[in-house]
Design a protein around this ligand. Structure first.
Ligand code: ZN
Length: 416
């Protein structure tokens, strides 16, 4: 009997406790109520989820319809002949960029250096040989800009990509921002943007919302840009204006003064200006609209799901920034080289490229899958490397320098 009573008490306690729990959770207005987490498709690195998202229509199929009037019926696929006939496209008048700001004309006359042979060098040699990754049939879905996943808020991945996910929308490694191209003996002009090689006619989209300040040829008196769309964004960075530039376009869909939303079609990939192959040249300008206000777009363009970026710099034995220095990124797990780049070249004139005000980097590699990497360079004949962990949607910073033990060996006599 005693055991029976004990069992009954235990059963009552168990059910009673459970009931109490249900009652507590069901009570409206209590601070300990159940938090309902919305079932949004949160970014995940689970490939099955990507598949699910793609099957649900994510990607190019889900690209929003153009929100500005484009007469698609009247559109004729651009040809080289059509594009070359610049006389048919009268240059648009420069537009005042906000109150008190210099006009584009003023900027051109005041700060652009006289063209030199180097400045007029071919912008980019885009051939099948230098495209080190095949055009993307598929990419993971981009994260949703604007994002700054860094707990300290250091990143500013505020722009979407200027071309669709199924286009080639990564920066050509061989002509990285701040580099002078792959040939030592025949250097190109230091690159103020990134190049995305794509066939003529690929849609180019606004990287963020804003107002078009230039649309057409002759941007800032530079024939090498071809047809340009230049947007002043309706958001800024630390109180400074932000601009994006899209060059070498075949066709331009917008006009100066027009307001655009992020991802609105603004033109088509072309090969106008000084190019040897069709691509979109993409720039980010911060604080001003001049050539010397360009910053690395890879620190402004949102990552793909499961990807991040590495920014860093290479220091010489005397603490100097080493320029035009090859940096190799090696997957620590597989041992395979995933990317290589070179550090920025500074010309010490008003047309220099710029390091991010916070990171002070001299190289960036983007679109790196989350994981651990060895970042390698060679300083005065010594192999120098650091391990870096890449996190999703974030910048990981690395500084490559000789250790204190290595430095004296390299400088046996003072002042040598
Ligand atoms: Zn370019």
């Amino acid at each position: 009997m005693r055991r029976g009573v004990l069992t009954t008490i235990l059963v009552i306690l168990a059910f009673g406790g459970f009931g109490l729990l249900l009652w507590a959770n069901a009570r409206p207005g209590t601070s300990s109520g159940v938090i309902v987490i919305p079932t949004l498709q949160a970014p995940t690195d689970d490939p099955e989820s990507w598949q699910a998202i793609l099957q649900a229509g994510f990607g190019s199929n889900a690209t929003p319809l153009p929100t500005i009037g484009i007469s698609t019926q009247a559109f004729v696929p651009p040809t080289l002949a059509l594009v070359a006939a610049d006389s048919t496209l009268a240059p648009l008048a420069p537009v005042q960029v906000g109150g008190g700001q210099p006009t584009l004309n003023a900027v051109v006359t005041a700060t652009r250096p006289a063209p030199t042979a180097a400045l007029l060098a071919t912008d980019s040699l885009v051939t099948a040989q230098v495209v080190t990754r095949p055009p993307a049939d598929w990419n993971p879905p981009p994260l949703i800009p604007p994002i700054s996943r860094d707990p300290l808020g250091r990143d500013h991945y505020w722009f979407s990509r200027p071309v669709d996910s199924n286009a080639t929308n990564f920066a050509l490694f061989s002509y990285a921002f701040g580099s002078d191209g792959p040939q030592q003996e025949n250097p190109w002009r230091v690159h103020h943007g990134i190049d995305m090689p794509n066939p003529i006619g690929q849609t180019v989209r606004a990287a963020g919302s804003g107002t078009v300040v230039w649309a057409g040829p002759g941007f800032q008196d530079s024939p090498s840009y071809g047809n340009v769309v230049f947007i002043r964004h309706d958001f800024g960075y630390n109180g400074q204006p932000l601009f994006t530039l899209y060059a070498h376009l075949a066709n331009v869909f917008v006009s100066a003064g027009q307001i655009v939303n992020a991802e609105d079609p603004i033109g088509l990939v072309g090969n106008t200006g000084r190019v040897s192959g069709p691509h979109v040249h993409f720039e980010v300008r911060v604080g001003g609209d001049r050539y010397g206000d360009t910053y690395n777009p890879l620190l402004w363009m949102v990552s793909y799901v499961g990807h991040g970026a590495i920014a860093g710099r290479v220091m010489g034995p005397r603490g100097d920034l080493l320029q035009d220095q090859t940096v190799t990124i090696r997957d620590f797990r597989t041992g395979l080289v995933v990317q290589s780049t070179t550090t920025y070249i500074f010309l010490d004139n008003g047309s220099d490229v710029n390091s991010d005000p916070l990171w002070q980097e001299t190289f960036v590699v983007g679109d790196i899958p989350v994981g651990r990497y060895e970042v390698i360079t060679n300083i005065d004949g010594l192999r120098v490397s650091e391990l870096v962990d890449v996190s999703e949607g974030m910048t990981s910073f690395v500084e490559l320098a000789l250790t204190q033990q290595e430095i004296p060996e390299l400088t046996p006599t003072a002042g040598s």
